[in-house]
Write a protein that binds this ligand. Structure first.
Ligand SMILES: [Zn+2]
Length: 501
């Protein structure tokens, strides 16, 4: 027994020497991960000793994350925090069987970056630079970008990078890349990037990897090195059949037919087919956390949660008061322990359509200046949660009501329609467009007068609910200032228009 206790430190030294070999990113255009990490090679050689050392281990392992939401130089295109939290929430369901749970690092859950060369990048220089300039210790750094080097996502340099297109509800991309981060290879390891005619028996070796056989004779040495993941040679996204297997029949090196297992998250079956990690994969990920990512294991007990049935008390507006439609400040009372608040504004009675849905960090008020329609009765609500539990399905939710108006309007027409004139200035000969958003059907007279008050153009217009585009012809107008007026029995709306040569 005494000897065994010396075994672990020895193995650790072996491992730390191995980390000198960095993993290369090799783009397979799908996930961007190939082969096995040196750590996994070490682990798979010693898994039996390690298993004996540890015994049965079902303690929960808690992994902190910081989300890096990357947008363009102009500050646009960031993946919405709300969507990223949903992805973390779903990933936790996929990892529940492994007793691994992800949470956002308290105090540093999300960082926003504006950099177009990271937003849409290749591995070099964009991806490499993005990861190295922003890597934070002691957590799983999780980047979300528009284009991760042509892949759905990848795991590289101690970070995972996800594409927004592959991060929608029901995705397995996040769990797949987190699986790579915790050392798992693809079940089709060795076949990445290989073209193969699957009606032919597979070779004994491919790309210096042993090819896994159906008879389990080489399962610890071939493929992904796990025996409870069946042979799989499919290195492209594939559709599964009703049995959650591949439609494509493959032939192992002995000519035995088989179909791939679509339920494995680490394979390339479509999202709706995949849902699990195998027991051996789970054991490897847990060992990886103990050895290679021990700095993640900062807590051994759950952090304080915000109860799902706690209601957020709204402060204002709550009682159908009128608010300026493009300058609405929503305020609520803080909830003890809560740091994240999801705020929604939608049309009464059913919140549909929703005009605003944002998750905000460490604030109990927000001012909204665009995207909310004028002259409507709207509802709003807030859900409170924190970094520990980002799934917020609170059912006990207070609702506030307000009416949007244009409070600076001097007459009824201005109060109920919103108009914008563009381009302005406009070159003579190019039509200017008066874009009028109205809530109701109405008739009006549209006129254009010159600076001295002479009427140049006049016509009748019919507005319908929604946005109306009214063309104002500028042929025949000489350069100068004009006044565009829309008028009916409710009042008048006046815009100045500059016409250039
Ligand atoms: Zn992958």
């Amino acid at each position: 027994m005494q000897i065994k206790h010396y075994l672990l430190p020895f193995l650790l030294i072996l491992f730390y020497q191995n980390t000198a070999f960095a993993q290369k990113p090799l783009s397979d255009r799908l996930c961007g991960y190939t082969g096995k990490s040196p750590w996994l090679e070490w682990y798979q050689h010693h898994r039996h000793e390690l298993a004996q050392e540890r015994g049965v281990d079902t303690t929960w392992l808690y992994v902190p994350m910081t989300l890096h939401l990357v947008g363009t130089d102009q500050g646009t295109g960031h993946f919405k925090l709300e969507q990223a939290l949903r992805a973390v929430c779903e990933m936790n369901e996929q990892f529940a069987e492994a007793h691994i749970r992800f949470y956002l690092l308290p105090g540093d859950p999300v960082r926003y970056h504006n950099n177009s060369s990271w937003y849409d990048h290749e591995f070099y220089p964009g991806g490499d630079e993005m990861i190295n300039e922003n890597h934070l210790d002691g957590r799983m750094n999780t980047f979300v970008v528009a284009n991760p080097a042509g892949n759905c996502g990848y795991s590289w340099q101690d970070a995972i990078v996800l594409g927004t297109n592959c991060s929608t509800a029901g995705n397995t991309t996040w769990a797949h890349e987190a699986g790579h981060h915790l050392s798992l290879p693809h079940p089709f390891s060795g076949w990445e990037g290989f073209e193969w005619d699957y009606s032919e028996p597979a070779p004994e070796e491919i790309d210096d990897h042993l090819v896994e056989k159906t008879d389990s004779s080489n399962c610890y040495l071939a493929g992904d090195g796990f025996c409870d993941t069946r042979p799989d040679y499919l290195n492209y996204r594939w559709v599964c059949d009703a049995n959650k297997e591949s439609n494509v029949l493959q032939l192992d090196p002995n000519g035995v037919e088989f179909r791939s297992d679509a339920t494995l998250i680490m394979g390339y079956a479509l999202d709706e087919c995949a849902s699990r990690f195998s027991p051996e994969q789970i054991e490897a990920m847990r060992s990886n956390l103990y050895f290679e990512h021990a700095e993640y294991l900062q807590i051994t007990e759950p952090l304080q949660d915000v109860p799902d049935d706690i209601a957020v008390e709204l402060v204002s507006p709550i009682d159908s008061q009128n608010v300026q439609f493009n300058n609405i400040t929503l305020t609520w009372n803080p909830v003890p322990g809560a740091t994240l608040y999801n705020v929604e504004v939608g049309l009464a009675p059913g919140f549909s359509p929703k005009f605003y849905n944002q998750t905000l960090y460490n604030t109990t008020s927000v001012t909204i200046s665009s995207g909310i329609p004028n002259n409507r009765v709207l509802k709003w609500r807030v859900r409170a949660f924190n970094e520990w539990d980002v799934c917020h399905t609170n059912t006990n939710v207070q609702t506030g009501i307000f009416k949007t108006k244009n409070l600076s309007a001097t007459n009824d027409l201005e109060q109920i329609v919103v108009a914008e004139l563009s381009p302005n200035p406009v070159a003579a000969g190019i039509p200017a467009i008066l874009s009028v958003t109205s809530d109701e059907y109405m008739d009006a007279v549209l006129s254009v007068s010159d600076a001295s008050g002479r009427l140049c153009v006049t016509r009748e217009v019919r507005l319908t609910p929604g946005e109306n585009r009214l063309d104002i012809a500028t042929d025949g107008l000489s350069a100068g200032f004009y006044v565009v007026t829309m008028r009916n029995e409710k009042g008048a709306l006046v815009k100045r228009l500059a016409v250039t040569e």
